[in-house]
Design a protein around this ligand. Structure first.
Ligand code: NAD
Ligand code: DAU
Length: 351
């Protein structure tokens, strides 16, 4: 094997697409998937590649420094692509400390493991931290987040991601750790956990349950198909400059209510429903506290320097995504059994 790469959070939504891409595209690399398998981690996401000769899974929690130490000693990784995190804003409002532990302390544990094991010899090494556009705060009706936009996080989730980004850059500036950071907009696609807007609403439409739109529904997000994010991560990991940051976005802004109506229309067609059937499920509910009004990424740096751009249109990506959920009802059933309903009741029963 020419390189060993540890991908953290590889059993989650984006991580599983990154693991699959690397395992298939780089048979000469050993890919080690490090994941604690929280409620969001699911090895079913990786069934198709789990027996690949260049793939290994390690059930490790980034909150356990000794386990990280052992993993680094065993695998001697050349690179780390760090996606493991608590990732849902609503859960961060219910339970902020979980986000401080995993996103901040977990990231510092991982930085320490890389620093200790690479022992100042950084030739051929890379620590890639995957972050979010939410660290930049909220936009008004105009403007975009660039790599120079000042951090202004509003939710416990975005505050914890902002803190982790600062630690990654501090390890670069203080210890010379070869790091690269990317900040991406909202992803969607197969394997997305049905607590986030698009998969939650697909699941609720299938089950004819209410579609809880927060506030006035005019909040705007910039949506990117998950495989396009994975392709950007591949490019940045291999060609990004040490110490640099890259913004990744979909050039694809949608107000929530317009997106929900599009989803309803597409699903009515696919389910053979009469037009308008799913829209009847739309229910306006109490707003998310601290809700950021608009996100939009200026992705010109990654476009101009690395030649990246999204490969699918939103309608194509959304259609592929709906098809995936309709073809994988068993997956949906598995991830929505157990604790899922406890969270659902806590989050939505009093709205
Ligand atoms: P996810 O919640 O689907 O998956 C997170 C994964 O991390 C899970 O497999 C989980 O088991 C694992 N994990 C959680 N805590 C862990 C711990 N303590 N130790 C080891 N593993 C742990 O998340 P996602 O949506 O795939 O996001 C992945 C990364 O990308 C996150 O860092 C997130 O902040 C970032 N990001 C997400 C989006 C998005 O739209 N989903 C956009 C931009 C950036
Ligand atoms: O911008 C990148 C971020 O996108 C990632 O860093 C996060 O990990 C990811 O979860 C996502 O955060 P959002 O808060 O934007 O995504 P979510 O799917 O939770 O919500 C999208 C929009 O839809 C947001 O304006 C809130 C709204 N919403 C969400 C849910 C779950 C609703 O109106 N109703 C809902 O039930």
């Amino acid at each position: 094997m020419s390189k060993t790469i540890v991908i953290t959070g590889g059993a989650g939504f984006i991580g599983s697409h990154v693991v699959r891409l690397f395992v298939n595209r780089y048979p000469e690399y050993r890919i080690v998937n490090l994941d604690a398998l929280t409620y969001a981690g699911n090895l079913e996401n990786l069934r198709d590649i789990e027996n690949a000769p260049n793939y290994s899974f390690e059930k490790v929690n980034i909150l356990a420094p000794e386990a990280l130490d052992k993993l680094f000693a065993t695998w001697q990784p050349d690179g780390v692509i760090h996606l493991a995190a608590e990732s849902h804003v609503d859960r961060s409002i219910l339970s902020p400390l979980d986000f401080v532990y995993t996103n901040v302390i977990g990231t510092v544990n991982l930085l320490n493991a890389a620093k200790t094991h690479w022992k100042g010899n950084f030739e051929g090494k890379r620590f890639y931290h995957v972050s979010t556009d939410e660290v930049y705060g909220a936009l008004g009706d105009t403007g975009f987040f660039t790599e120079q936009t000042k951090y202004d996080p509003h939710s416990p989730y975005s505050a914890s991601k902002a803190a982790s980004d600062h630690f990654v850059r501090a390890y670069h500036d203080t210890y010379g750790l070869p790091v690269v950071v990317s900040n991406c907009s909202n992803n969607y696609g197969p394997n997305h956990f049905p607590e986030k807007l698009i998969p939650l609403f697909i699941n609720n439409i299938i089950q004819r349950k209410p579609l809880p739109v927060y506030g006035d529904g005019l909040y705007t997000r910039d949506w990117l198909y998950v495989k396009d994010h994975a392709a950007a991560i591949d490019l940045i990991f291999h060609q990004g400059k040490n110490g640099d940051t890259y913004n990744i976005g979909g050039f694809n802004e949608w107000k929530n209510i317009d997106l929900v109506k599009l989803l309803c229309r597409l699903m009515d067609t696919k389910l053979g429903n009469e037009a308008g059937t799913s829209e009847e499920l739309i229910t306006y509910v109490k707003d998310r506290p601290g809700h950021d009004r608009r996100y939009a990424i200026d992705a010109s740096k990654i476009n101009q320097e690395l030649g990246w751009k999204p490969s699918v249109t939103f309608e194509e990506g959304l259609s592929l995504t709906i098809d995936w959920y309709m073809d994988n009802k068993e997956w949906l059933q598995h991830v929505t059994s157990g604790d899922y309903m406890n969270y659902y009741d806590l989050q939505y029963s009093k709205r």
